[in-house]
Design a protein around this ligand. Structure first.
Ligand code: GLA
Length: 699
């Protein structure tokens, strides 16, 4: 039983972790424990008794409440801020009931005077060592109320002598998903997105440790929000030394009108505890994403070719057929035509919104090209950017009011485009109709869904109610459109792209099997971007193309090896690749196909970080530990230095393994303890190696 009622409250146990909460003597729902699973139920502490410091810091402020509201003598970051019809901005929440339903726990609190019910939901994922949390607000009164903040969860950390260290991902376009680890300062650290997407700039996921955790050692508490719009994370080190982290929808410019009888349900936040460093954190999330969130779970990701860097907007039957022939000869399995194929699209100045084939470029439509691609043995994929509209488009001329805007001022364009208001049901239905027609009329196996700007002038002039609901209703509309298309075309594989990794999050991974991680494909930059991405997301979702970026200073093999750490694709201009280069690429693609199941469905071990050393290394291990794949990358290192041994991980210590290129098998224990000694001549500056590791006599 992962969830049980105890004498102190409720206990949620996963395979290795536990989480406990209960009502304290003052009747407040308090956090009791989050950490390793303990032997006996009686081991878990009771809810802390109310403490008082002075008239300035009363018990309500000092209690580690599970979900504190903006109310009474509380001064920390609240999870919930409401304004009632009579102007009250305060909640008195009393316990009503709790129910355990298999792996779910639901606890309802209620403000009797204001007739407001709050239900905290917990779902245990025992096999993944994860807990999923979300919240429902129910207006049981007779007047509407306004929600000004509603978060998904507050996570309390155990008391510590030193500030916790916060790990998070940050960056900007073409430089996103950079891993940062920094000690929490006193006060509140806020990370957020105000951009309508989860954003390139900050990332809705975190890890907290005591400052000493590594890939394999040290306690780590972590979480990730399943939401693809504005979000906020507030990590607080309080004046009393408590550490708490709240996460959920961003309250910036947000308001939601909740009518009598209505409910509001927040997105989910997944949280977990690892006793052995960041590695188990990542592997738990990778498993959850693959097994539970992704539409196509562990189905092998096909090697794709994308035309963007070769032909940009100049696509037509001849240019795409030529690329397709070259790609097919290299063993590519999926040919994706990027931007430029639809009505009026010759540059980024026109066409978005008019999602039918351009008559001049494709006079017979797309089917002749699709048949050609299919005839070459490949699937066909297409680029779209459904949320956007070019002012120079049929759609905008017919429906200028469909763009997000304020009536009193011209909307700002970015990349010459505006954003359609997906909060509007008519816009949603229009997009579903148009894209459904496109998918029904063509044999399209893959769609790259792009989103190339952030929001401005977030107005919704015809909003039926509170216009600031746009932030949430837009994302709900996006999920509805995408979800409906997925339902009607279940075999299509979708990729989420927002100018690279601008919309990478657990929410979008319920719709998209792959993420275009960055528009920066220079491989040494990519080592860092991929390390950041891998903290929370599995390699199967990490689409990685070999392009011409880096070709001047890096071998084709190096560029392939970097991309082979994820779902391999090719995006270089094949028209400029020599026959020798294409033959080398074909051999590397064949090699990838033979081992991709280890990368895409296996366990990841980050052996050496590119941030810490010019010799970085990654290892993937199949779930049954019979096979593994090692990648080692060298950037610049003084030639006099010896190469460090590469200590392998994740092998069965008692089994014997061979490492490709090394004659003698050794035990898993020896490979992990002594490691692999590469010769300096084997791995010079900007060289890489990929080694298959196989268990001897397996099967
Ligand atoms: C974005 C994407 C690119 C490409 C272009 C097309 O920048 O990230 O991969 O699809 O749009 O306009």
């Amino acid at each position: 039983m992962p969830i049980q009622k105890t004498i102190h409250g409720w206990l949620i146990e996963t395979q290795h972790s536990a989480y406990a909460l209960g009502l304290n003597p003052a009747g407040l729902l308090a956090h009791c424990y989050w950490g390793p699973r303990l032997p006996f139920t009686a081991d878990y502490p009771p809810p802390p008794a109310p403490a008082e410091w002075s008239s300035f810091d009363m018990p309500a402020h000092l209690t580690p409440e599970e979900y504190p509201a903006h109310a009474a003598l509380r001064f920390g970051e609240p999870c919930l801020s409401l304004v009632f019809a009579d102007g009250t901005r305060d909640l008195v929440l009393g316990f009503v009931e709790a129910s355990i339903d298999g792996e779910e726990l639901h606890i309802t609190l209620r403000d009797e005077a204001l007739q407001l019910a709050l239900t905290l939901h917990y779902r245990a994922h025992p096999a993944y060592d994860l807990i999923e949390r979300w919240v429902t607000i129910s207006n049981q009164g007779h007047q509407p109320l306004r929600i000004e903040r509603v978060w998904s969860a507050l996570w309390h950390l155990p008391p510590a002598d030193y500030p916790y260290r916060l790990s998070h991902l940050t960056g900007r376009w073409a430089d996103e998903l950079r891993l940062r680890r920094e000690r929490m300062p006193q006060g509140t650290t806020v990370l957020e997105s105000r951009r309508l997407t989860s954003s390139h700039h900050h990332h809705p996921a975190f890890a907290l440790d005591r400052g000493d955790a590594s890939e394999e050692h040290g306690e780590v508490w972590f979480g990730a929000l399943a939401w693809s719009g504005n979000w906020k994370l507030a990590a607080e080190l309080t004046d009393f030394g408590a550490t708490r982290l709240g996460i959920g929808l961003n309250d910036w410019d947000f308001a939601w009108q909740l009518g009598p009888g209505e409910q509001f349900v927040t997105p989910a936040c997944y949280g977990g505890y690892s006793q052995h460093g960041f590695g188990p954190m990542s592997r738990a999330l990778h498993d959850l994403v693959r097994d539970q969130l992704l539409p196509h779970h562990n189905a092998p990701r096909k090697v794709l070719y994308n035309s963007w860097e070769a032909t940009a907007f100049a696509v037509d039957l001849a240019s795409q057929s030529r690329l397709a022939e070259l790609a097919a000869a290299m063993g590519v399995e999926l040919f994706v035509m990027d931007d430029g194929w639809f009505h009026g699209r010759d540059s980024d100045r026109a066409g978005l919104g008019d999602w039918w084939p351009d008559q001049r470029k494709f006079p017979q439509g797309l089917n002749p090209l699709i048949e050609r691609v299919n005839g070459l043995g490949m699937d066909f994929g297409l680029w779209v950017e459904p949320e956007m509209v070019s002012p120079d488009s049929e759609l905008y001329r017919a429906h200028p009011d469909w763009a997000i805007h304020f009536p009193s001022r011209p909307p700002s364009t970015a990349r010459n485009q505006l954003i359609l208001n997906l909060a509007r049901p008519d816009v949603q239905e229009h997009l579903i109709g148009l894209l459904d027609t496109l998918l029904a009329a063509h044999n399209i196996a893959f769609v790259k869904w792009d989103m190339n700007r952030n929001v401005s002038e977030p107005g919704w002039p015809s909003a039926p109610g509170e216009p600031r609901e746009i932030w949430v209703r837009y994302v709900q509309g996006l999920y509805h459109v995408w979800g409906e298309l997925r339902r009607r075309h279940p075999s299509v594989i979708w990729q989420s792209c927002s100018g690279g990794g601008g919309r990478a999050d657990l929410g979008i991974l319920r719709l998209a099997d792959q993420i275009w991680v960055s528009d920066n494909t220079e491989p040494t930059a990519r080592l860092h971007i991929q390390e950041g991405f891998s903290q929370f997301y599995p390699a199967s979702t990490m689409e990685a193309w070999v392009t011409d970026m880096g070709a001047a200073h890096l071998s084709l093999e190096y560029r392939f090896h970097v991309s082979m750490c994820g779902a391999l694709g090719v995006g270089g201009n094949l028209l400029h690749w020599s026959a020798d280069q294409r033959a080398e690429a074909a051999a590397l693609i064949a090699r990838y196909k033979a081992v991709r199941h280890i990368v895409q469905a296996g366990d990841l071990f980050r052996l050496r970080s590119p941030a810490a050393s010019p010799i970085s290394a990654l290892q993937y291990v199949s779930k049954d530990r019979s096979a593994s794949l090692l990648f080692v990358f060298r950037t610049h290192m003084p030639p006099q230095l010896a190469l460090p041994p590469i200590l392998l991980r994740g092998l069965d210590p008692q089994a014997r393994y061979t490492v490709e290129g090394i004659a003698e098998p050794r035990s898993g224990a020896a490979w992990m303890q002594i490691g692999l000694n590469l010769d300096r001549a084997e791995l010079q500056d900007f060289q890489s190696t990929m080694r298959l590791i196989q268990q001897v006599n397996h099967g």
